[in-house]
Design a binder for this molecule. Structure first.
Ligand code: GUN
Length: 293
């Protein structure tokens, strides 16, 4: 069993980006600029956005944060996004999800300029992804593909089971794994809350991507010997031994599943770190496209 080390792989992605940013600075060029929009004070969203900003700084990117109150009027959020859309200095925009219930998430995503949509959530970018055209790939699936690539994991002809059909992770992941690319060329089964006999699909899988947000859901009896297991779960569960009062739990029962796997990602230290590295890569790609590089 080999651990897929998100810390190591994300650092190598960030080191490569930093080198390119340093080269820009040496030529007195502007650096890539990521603008994040955070609505409300959801603890997990606060943590993710803070981490994205910290990683921008470590990689030499400029970042800015637009904070809006939980009860912001939709029209004010729209105005904030339009401002970023029109800001020549901003290369990439991300609106941290989920948004408060009174805001129409789809409307907001549709408003982000596709060429600044570094989350890859805009329908235009989703369409390109489906067609296998170059685009911004949503950061979590992109990060997983970078991880598979880094460890040269054979995927062609393999049966991949993706659990969870979210627009952010499961569905784009299923598309990426099915494309005629490397990594890719999998036979993909996309399982979800209405799937019957989910255990049986999992037991048939060479690769499992668990992205349903249920701590410890994937147990050892659901996993074939030598499977590759990718754990996207990052649920906060109460933990009195932690200063924060919670610990982060993945969707995989790691201790019991890991011994059966050829490769497995840990939580923390796996996919989460790759998500941020992939977001930075998308931001750099937005910068390059804008500057004709
Ligand atoms: N919420 C959970 N994951 C993500 C992500 O990748 N991007 C944004 N914007 N919000 C999220």
């Amino acid at each position: 069993m080999k651990i897929l080390d998100g810390k190591l792989v994300s650092q190598s992605v960030k080191d490569e980006l930093k080198k390119q940013v340093d080269a820009l600075i040496a030529r007195n060029k502007k650096v890539p600029h990521l603008a994040a929009v955070l609505v409300g004070t959801n603890g997990a969203s606060e943590t993710y956005v803070a981490s994205k900003i910290k990683n921008c700084a470590e990689t030499g990117f400029k970042s800015s944060l637009v904070r809006l109150n939980e009860d912001v009027a939709e029209s004010d959020l729209i105005e904030a996004i339009e401002k970023l859309n029109n800001d020549e200095d901003v290369d990439g925009i991300l609106v941290q999800l989920p948004l408060p219930k009174h805001i129409n998430e789809e409307k907001i995503i549709n408003l982000i300029r596709p060429d600044k949509d570094v989350d890859g959530f805009h329908p235009q970018n989703t369409g390109k992804l489906l067609l296998g055209q170059p685009t911004f790939i949503p950061a979590t699936p992109y990060g997983i593909m970078l991880m598979l690539e880094h460890y040269a994991i054979e995927t062609a002809g393999k049966h991949a089971v993706v659990i969870g059909r979210s627009n952010i992770v499961g569905r784009p992941m299923s598309i990426l794994l099915s494309l005629n690319t490397n990594p890719g060329n999998c036979t993909v089964t996309l399982c979800h809350s209405r799937t019957k006999n989910l255990d049986n699909f999992c037991r048939e899988a060479d690769i499992i991507v668990a992205a349903l947000g249920k701590p410890g859901f994937l147990t050892a009896d659901m996993v074939k010997e030598n499977a590759v297991v990718i754990d996207v779960g990052i649920t906060r569960v109460p933990d009195a031994t932690k200063k924060s009062g919670f610990s982060i739990k993945g969707d995989v029962d790691f201790n019991n599943v890991a011994p059966k796997c050829s490769y497995i990602t840990p939580v923390p230290g796996g996919v989460g770190l790759m998500t941020i590295a992939a977001l930075l890569k998308n931001t750099f790609n937005a910068y390059k496209a804008k500057h004709g590089m």
